[in-house]
Write a protein that binds this ligand. Structure first.
Ligand SMILES: *Cc1c(COP(=O)(O)O)cnc(C)c1O
Length: 633
């Protein structure tokens, strides 16, 4: 037998396919993170970082942010666009605007503003609160500040004030009714607005968010409404304020064809507005740049069938093709890429608390007397099982198991007989599974068998809080242990979280050929921590999460990788305490504490506990309130 190596694990988990060049498996079996794609000489062991986090007193689960990756992704988007423009002879510019909703955490937004400064990378706000966050985080007046979303007077006023302060703040008209209000507020505040209009495209994109684009989208103006807007602006002598055409097709667009078609349609609208006399100079293509979560480079929902280079080349080429034809100068292209910018920079780390696995029962050599014939048939089927009759035996045991259960319901089979029936059933499934492993091609229903016979790894995290998209829309994320990767992972498991909710689990994993129902994992050793990482979780996962079972925000630790694989902890944020999450759902922790103290006092009065014991119990309750919501050691 050939020895298992780290490279085999890299292949098994498809690391080189989904890592974007940021993650690798080291010879010693640790998963490593690199500050930029391919910078192997500066690789840092994630297991070592996790140890450092523990040493500093933070419990798992932890969300680990790697600042360098955010920096590198901003650079990569901007530089790839620059190169593509140069190669194609594009005469306009490119400007990014990060949509705050994708990850609103102050640390993330501030870092994007900092790292993006050299490219004048701006921000996009979709609500008043996001605009307020953006106005407080932005310094760069050459970067754009895009205001999307439905706007009330206050929202509009804030945007106009930003313009007065010298920011390039663009108010995007999302619905026809907004325009008169914007014009009125501009007059009131004596501010000249910079306007964009969101257009409805007839291009439909596939994917989970298909409805955000297309004629049926909630936001955006159709062609008649666009013409009305132009006439209104003309009448007010403000057509020169209309500077931008905007659309957003939806997120995670896996198919490059849809991206191209949309750009083309938007260019025709842009050209039409230029002809009408609008002073258009920006074309904002929204988000949609996808992340290849499963590494298949396909048009699967969790993938994308294009590279960043192809994306950039295709959009500039499509703009040039349509606008050159119409003799219109090349606009400044804006994209609001969020997912692709931040997904790679966060990894969720958690420990395994317990494992349950299928235990083969010791079956008797012969069945006890008086066993029902359905049991006899199952027993015979199991005894006669071989590599050629697996499907037949499988069908038989399912049939007779159901038969036995029916007899049990009718009182014809005893509890003990029913238990034996289940044992024969599971033993047969397990043996079929073992025989299947000897086959070159997977045996009958091997995927399903693998799933039902899988070990359950109970893990210290909540899907609802930390991976809401895995729960709500079956989004796939790459998952693998972050150490021991130089050992063969011989077990097959699914991950259950600590909510004990039957939806609180991950049982869909990435695979080279689609999806897989089980994850290869190692045997957990007693007294040794087993740590698992969920990768590419920087986009959308942090604030969509909810407080299911009152499990709160996890601890968050950010690191910055320095030269030669050294790194520093840039910041640590403690996750929610029990008290915090109780307050979110309107409890008053002080009142709870007082009421509990009274219960303890009553117990003293009734002679159930001694006063000293009361003190201990009350202290434990208080420590519980102050503690982490997850499993602590
Ligand atoms: C959500 C959203 C984005 C971000 O899209 P990604 O696919 O994450 O890049 C951009 N623009 C608007 C208007 C959005 O609503």
């Amino acid at each position: 037998m050939e020895r298992w190596r780290a490279s085999k694990s890299a292949d098994l988990y498809g690391v080189n396919q989904w890592s974007g060049g940021y993650f690798q498996v080291a010879e010693n079996g640790d998963a490593t993170v690199l500050p930029r794609p391919g910078a192997t000489d500066r690789a840092v062991s994630i297991a070592e970082v996790a140890e450092g986090i523990r040493a500093r007193g933070f419990d798992m689960p932890v969300l680990l942010r790697i600042d360098n990756i955010l920096d590198a992704q901003i650079e990569s988007l901007n530089e790839t666009c620059r190169t593509a423009m140069e190669e194609l002879g594009y005469k306009g510019r490119f400007m990014g605007a990060y949509p705050i909703k994708v990850n609103q955490q102050q640390q993330v937004v501030e870092k994007i503003a900092e790292f993006g400064a050299r490219y004048h990378h701006g921000l996009e706000a979709g609500s008043k609160a996001e605009l307020i966050a953006a106005m407080g985080s932005m310094r760069d007046r050459n970067a754009v500040l895009i205001c999307n979303g439905y706007k009330d007077e206050e929202f509009i006023d804030l945007g106009l004030y930003a313009t007065k302060l010298g920011f390039t703040c663009i108010l995007v008209v999302e619905l026809p009714d907004e325009l008169p209000l914007i014009l009125e507020r501009s007059k009131q505040l004596d501010a000249k607005p910079v306007l964009g209009i969101r257009i409805k495209l007839s291009t439909q994109a596939g994917g989970h968010w298909a409805d955000s684009g297309g004629e049926r989208s909630f936001f955006g103006l159709n062609t008649t409404q666009i013409i009305d807007a132009v006439d209104l602006l003309k009448g007010a002598g403000m057509l020169d304020c209309l500077k931008m055409v905007h659309y957003h097709l939806g997120s995670q667009i896996s198919n490059i064809r849809e991206i191209r078609t949309a750009v083309n349609e938007a260019c025709r609208v842009y050209a039409g507005l230029a002809r009408e006399g609008a002073a258009v100079e920006y074309l904002d293509l929204g988000g949609g740049l996808a992340v290849d979560y499963d590494g298949t480079q396909s048009n699967f929902l969790s993938s994308r069938n294009y590279t960043l280079k192809e994306y950039c080349t295709d959009i500039f080429e499509a703009v040039m093709t349509s606008l050159d034809e119409e003799g219109i100068p090349h606009p400044t292209i804006i994209t609001e890429s969020g997912r692709a910018l931040v997904a790679y920079s966060s990894v969720l780390l958690f420990n395994v608390l317990d494992v349950t696995r299928f235990q083969a029962a010791t079956l008797p050599a012969t069945l006890p007397e008086g066993s029902p014939s359905s049991l006899e048939y199952m027993f015979q089927a199991l005894k006669g099982l071989n590599i050629r009759n697996m499907q037949e035996v499988l069908n038989d045991v399912i049939f007779y198991r159901d038969e036995t259960r029916r007899l049990f319901d009718n009182g014809k089979v005893t509890l003990r007989q029913r238990s034996l029936c289940e044992q024969i059933f599971w033993t047969t499934l397990n043996e079929i599974q073992n025989l299947s492993l000897e086959l070159k091609h997977p045996g009958p229903e091997s995927g399903e068998l693998e799933r039902v016979l899988a070990d359950i790894y109970y893990c210290n995290f909540s899907v609802f809080q930390s991976l809401p998209d895995a729960w709500a829309i079956d989004q796939l994320f790459p998952v693998m242990p972050i150490h021991r990767l130089n050992e063969e992972p011989k077990r097959r498991g699914i991950l259950a979280d600590i909510t004990c909710d039957c939806d609180g689990q991950i049982d869909q994993f990435i695979d080279k050929r689609g999806t897989r129902r089980v994850l290869p994992l190692h045997e957990v050793k007693p007294y040794e921590e087993y740590l698992i990482g969920v990768f590419l979780v920087g986009a959308y996962q942090e604030t969509l999460g909810d407080l299911h079972n009152l499990l709160g925000d996890t601890n968050v630790v950010s690191i910055r990788i320095l030269d030669k694989g050294a790194y520093e902890f840039v910041s640590e944020q403690e996750g929610d305490t029990v008290s915090d999450v109780l307050a979110y759902v309107q409890y008053d922790p002080k009142r709870l504490f007082n009421s509990f103290r009274q219960s303890a006092e009553r117990a003293v009065r009734e002679g159930r506990i001694a006063p000293q014991e009361r003190r201990k119990i009350v202290a434990a309750y208080e420590a519980g309130l102050r503690g982490y919501t997850y499993f602590e050691r």
